[in-house]
Design a protein around this ligand. Structure first.
Ligand code: RIB
Length: 300
């Protein structure tokens, strides 16, 4: 497997990284309403960064490729990745742009997130060294918080397994979809990508299978409390989630993607990788925080 015999990372995440400013509130404010936070915190976030931190729970070699500004937030984000054991050598600073930021409110198991893309949107393609790093990885992960041209470029240069988290919901080019193994979506994103009405497990499986018909090599659909459904060319399955009290689901989807990718990189089957990803996400939603709520390798 690429990445195993030499010194290159087994998982490379190409994606977004944000400073998350999180306010805990008693309830999400309505339009025009002001509420007071009961607690607040600042942490490393962004779907890409969260997924890299999550992959590192199960995989030893994880690298992140992305963009920050030349501001102090960029240093904070780089240090945060390194603190979590992620190789941040290819987190580049872009002149004239601010680092990405996310404004998050959390109340009673629900959240709202507004992302200001900043430097995450300030690139078009991978540079030569990034192409080499992507080409050498066993598993490469992207999401849709970076420009579509970067996602397409990454898919083109992946020689191992390409995992796309199609979040936030948005279009995916046909050549990129055809590289996905798997494309990971929640119910909303699955509906947006396929035009299918999704509700019960059977309808989710049908919609996911329709993405295979459009060229995806495999599909994983996350269903929150109902677990996850996976579909490959060889079959399909549903992994239920344990019943847990949801305290804060922020970043749980990213944890799912990162653990899934990390386990696939270590040679796990799709069924086994999905089972571990469901288990990890179930732990995370029971605690406050995004990457702070992720389980350790031992806990998982
Ligand atoms: O999925 C959660 C993430 O979405 C947050 O960390 C925030 O930065 C946004 O990218």
């Amino acid at each position: 497997m690429a990445g195993a015999a030499d010194d290159t990372p087994s998982v490379v995440v190409v994606g977004s990284i944000n400073v998350d400013d999180v306010a805990e509130v008693e309830r999400i404010p309505r339009p025009g309403e002001t509420v007071l936070a009961t607690a607040s915190r600042r942490n490393v976030g962004g779907k890409g960064a969260n997924q890299a931190v999550a992959a590192r729970i199960v995989a030893d070699d994880v690298a992140f490729i992305g963009r920050v500004g030349t501001d102090a937030h960029g240093d904070f984000l780089r240090a945060g990745l390194r603190d979590h054991g992620v190789d941040a050598a290819m987190l580049r600073a872009v002149d004239g742009h601010e680092s990405g930021a996310a404004h998050i409110t959390v109340a009673d198991g629900e959240n709202t997130i507004v992302v200001v893309g900043g430097a995450n949107q300030a690139w078009d393609t991978l540079d030569d060294s990034e192409v080499a790093r992507v080409g050498a990885a066993a598993v490469v992960v992207c999401q849709l918080e970076i420009p579509p041209s970067v996602v397409d470029d990454t898919a083109t240069h992946t020689r191992g397994r390409f995992v796309l988290n199609a979040a936030p919901a948005g279009p995916v080019s046909t050549p990129t979809l055809q590289r996905c193994d798997p494309v990971v979506v929640n119910e909303h994103e699955l509906g947006a990508l396929t035009g299918h009405e999704v509700g019960d497990i059977a309808s989710v499986t049908t919609a996911a299978a329709s993405l295979l018909a459009h060229g995806a090599r495999s599909v994983v659909a996350t269903l929150g409390a109902a677990g996850a459904v996976w579909v490959t060319g060889g079959g399909s399955g549903h992994t239920p989630a344990p019943t847990v009290q949801v305290v804060d689901s922020t970043g749980a989807g990213d944890l799912f993607v990162g653990v899934l990718a990390g386990r696939l990189a270590t040679g796990a089957s799709m069924a086994a990788a999905v089972a571990d990803a469901v288990a990890a996400a179930s732990v995370s939603v029971g605690a406050v925080g995004t990457i702070d709520s992720y389980p350790s390798r031992e806990e998982l």
